[in-house]
Design a binder for this molecule. Sequence first.
Ligand SMILES: Cc1cc2nc3c(=O)[nH]c(=O)nc-3n(C[C@H](O)[C@H](O)[C@H](O)COP(=O)(O)O)c2cc1C
Length: 185
Amino acid sequence: MKALIVYGSRSGATREIAGEIGRVLSEQGYAVTVEDARRSKGLDVNRFDLVVVGSSVFMTMWKRHATAFLKRNAKALAVKNVALFSSGTAGGDPALADYARESIAKVARKFPEIRPVALAYFGGYLDFNDRGRIDRFFGAVRQDFEKKGIDTGRPIDQRDWAAIRVWAIGLATKVRSTVQEMAQA
Ligand SMILES: Cc1cc2nc3c(=O)[nH]c(=O)nc-3n(C[C@H](O)[C@H](O)[C@H](O)COP(=O)(O)O)c2cc1C
């Protein structure tokens, strides 16, 4: 069983999520390739039993190269086991659970030929001291965190590694049984 994980990431937070999913899938017996969406052009998705595509979200949008990967490979992915995930602050706030679910479902709906076997919106990572990242979004979001009593003087890491691992294990199991069923048919 071969798995490909393609990620879009600005500062590395989503790259680490992709890496963790990759580690779980290899523990589950998959041969894993993890690739930055920016370097995904030459990849042949046909070689894989499972393709996981994820991106961090900025101003409600996926990173351009991650979306481009889906667009470029939509036809080939139509007959593959595909899982999609977003990562960002919306995924780390239980009050936004409905919004997060709808938001990742919307990414999937942009590519109707792809029918994902799993969707997720994981929490993200924010460092308000990262001067290069300060813009209007940061001001509004920072106030939001402060109102909830969260110290924004330090990096906020909302990534729930246990939830990420549980999702990846579920995915590994689901795809393994689908592939076995198809082999027996
Ligand atoms: C300018 C800006 C806009 C953002 N917009 C969103 C957003 O619309 N939804 C969301 O969930 N997270 C949003 N985030 C949070 C990022 O997605 C989060 O920090 C993510 O973990 C970054 O991952 P990366 O380093 O892999 O790119 C935003 C962050 C910044 C700096």
